[in-house]
Design a protein around this ligand. Structure first.
Ligand SMILES: Nc1ncnc2c1ncn2[C@@H]1O[C@H](COP(=O)(O)OP(=O)(O)OP(=O)(O)O)[C@@H](O)[C@H]1O
Length: 536
């Protein structure tokens, strides 16, 4: 029993131990249950909160959905609008692009045309320049061959005052076809239809019709100015009956300047082109009135007459004339204005402002030629330009024998350009002048016939040339004959009323054209030239 009691006690102890363990685990389970239930409680609270939150979120979501729908509707309508306006703008842009493309194409075509035109222009400009230099060359050759006197002819327009047969159709006093008897056939031929058949034709170096303007006439004369600066004396003379357009051609008017103004502008342009040479110009303005020379730049021109003297170099000079140094074309304009106000004029039946004197504008150039080329063995290349010896004070006889010497290469020479507006040749019966004017006419006609005599004597190569028969020819002596270049511009009216004067003018021109030079002189062979017919 003891043993059983011990055993039971041991079992009891074990059971106590187990009980304690069971109680302990029951305690921990209870704690676990309590923590689980508190957790459950918390979860229930969270779930409730979450549910609330969810409900709120769902309602917000609903709200957002509704807004989104509104917005998407807006976006769709905006998109449609945008698409529409973009399409329109695109179409507009496309139209513009098409327009630009077409314009570009047109521009391209235009550009092409412009380029072609420019190329053609350049070509024609270069061919014009070539042609110009060829013309200049030809002009010089022609002068060598044909002589130094050339004749141009200008036909002026008709004026109603010249009508002999007033226009029967319009019964006005305009010039009718029957009145016109002078025609330009081409730019070298002019013909006069008198009652005699066939019509008489005259050929000149150049014929200008009524439509030719002052500038075109001047363009033909430019080579003379080049020759003048190259050392040749030169003169341009307008010849014709009274009222035929001589003053118009030589002097023109401020709106339409004539040869004098154009020549001065051109001279100053040419001088600017020759920077190596120093050129100084002096101008005098004189008139030959009743075979006396008057200085139109003097205070009182009619107070003193002036005489021509022969210089040491066999040139003609009027030392007492006023010579003004000019540095631009405007200076010359001023002098011309002063001179022309003092020129003798009257009113005749033919012309209201008939010039009663020969007007002579003399431009004297002193050219100091600086040839900077290096010495060369080629004598042709080193030959100085024409006539550097004309009046060089520094030249010795050695320089003349050897034109390549340094002094000869930097020579000074003087040349003279005379621009002459002759008084009109006139038929006294036609102009209706009497008294002092009749005397003037007689002097005018005599001096013009002296000019014709001089030209005839040169053309016939007479040993004596009657330069001194009139003050006009004496004053122009250096510019007529010899190496000098002379250009006569015949001015004629196209009407029947002046047919006799026109024929006389054209015949004068034809005779002047016959003036021939001798055989061409070898260039540089004789620097000292003596005008033909002058005794050395
Ligand atoms: N080519 C022309 N074009 C227009 N008008 C001209 C032309 N030629 C001359 N005339 C006009 O004819 C008129 C006479 O011309 P101008 O004075 O030049 O004659 P002229 O020959 O000098 O006469 P004169 O010897 O009597 O002085 C002027 O009124 C002038 O304007």
């Amino acid at each position: 029993q003891q043993e059983e009691i011990t055993e039971l006690r041991r079992q009891n102890a074990l059971l106590h131990l187990r009980l304690a363990q069971a109680l302990q685990s029951a305690q921990s389970s209870r704690e676990e249950v309590s923590s689980i239930s508190s957790l459950q409680h918390k979860q229930a609270v969270n779930t409730q909160r979450n549910n609330q939150h969810l409900a709120e979120t769902q309602s917000e979501l609903q709200h957002v959905r509704e807004e989104l729908e509104v917005l998407s509707n807006d976006v769709v309508s905006m998109f449609h609008n945008l698409q529409h306006s973009c399409t329109e703008q695109l179409q507009d842009v496309q139209r513009k692009v098409e327009l630009v493309e077409t314009t570009n194409k047109t521009n391209d075509a235009l550009l092409l045309q412009i380029n072609e035109l420019q190329a053609a222009l350049e070509q024609s400009q270069s061919s014009h320049l070539r042609e110009k230099s060829r013309r200049r060359e030809l002009h010089n050759n022609l002068v060598e061959i044909r002589g130094n006197i050339r004749v141009h002819c200008r036909l002026r327009p008709c004026f109603s005052s010249e009508a002999v047969f007033p226009d029967s159709i319009s019964s006005s006093s305009d010039v009718s076809e029957k009145d016109v008897v002078v025609y330009c056939n081409d730019d070298e031929l002019i013909s006069v239809d008198s009652d005699l058949k066939p019509s008489k034709k005259f050929e000149f170096e150049r014929v200008y019709d009524q439509s030719t303007n002052q500038r075109e006439i001047f363009d033909e004369l430019q080579p003379i100015l080049t020759s003048f600066l190259d050392g040749y004396n030169a003169c341009i003379v307008a010849y014709g009956q009274t009222g035929s357009g001589k003053t118009q051609t030589m002097l023109g008017n401020p709106q339409d300047p004539g040869i004098v103004s154009n020549a001065m502008n051109e001279l100053f342009r040419l001088i600017e082109e020759k920077p190596c040479d120093s050129v100084s110009l002096e101008v005098s303005v004189a008139e030959v009135y009743n075979n006396d020379i008057y200085d139109l730049l003097a205070e009182d021109p009619k107070r003193s007459k002036h005489d021509i003297v022969t210089t040491r170099g066999s040139g003609r000079e009027v030392p007492t004339l006023t010579q003004i140094n000019v540095s631009c074309a405007e200076d010359v304009e001023t002098l011309m204005r002063i001179g022309l106000n003092r020129r003798a004029q009257i009113s005749t039946n033919v012309h209201e402002h008939s010039s009663r004197s020969h007007l002579i504008v003399t431009v004297s150039a002193t050219v100091c030629q600086q040839d900077t080329r290096p010495p060369s063995s080629d004598s042709e290349q080193r030959t100085p330009r024409k006539r550097p010896f004309a009046s060089s004070p520094n030249l010795t006889s050695d320089d003349i024998i050897n034109p390549t010497s340094p002094v000869a290469m930097a020579a000074t020479y003087k040349t003279k350009l005379q621009l002459v507006d002759l008084a009109g040749s006139e038929c006294v019966g036609m102009s209706g002048v009497t008294g002092p004017a009749l005397r003037e006419s007689s002097f005018i006609n005599r001096s013009l016939s002296s000019l014709a005599d001089v030209l005839a004597s040169i053309s016939e190569r007479r040993s004596h040339i009657p330069y001194r028969n009139s003050k006009l020819t004496h004053l122009l002596q250096d510019s007529i004959g010899g190496d000098a270049k002379m250009l006569i511009i015949l001015c004629v009216s196209p009407t029947r009323r002046f047919i006799t004067e026109t024929m006389q003018t054209l015949q004068f021109g034809s005779r002047a054209r016959q003036v021939q030079r001798g055989p061409p002189r070898k260039r540089g062979s004789s620097p000292h030239t003596t005008p033909r017919g002058e005794s050395p």
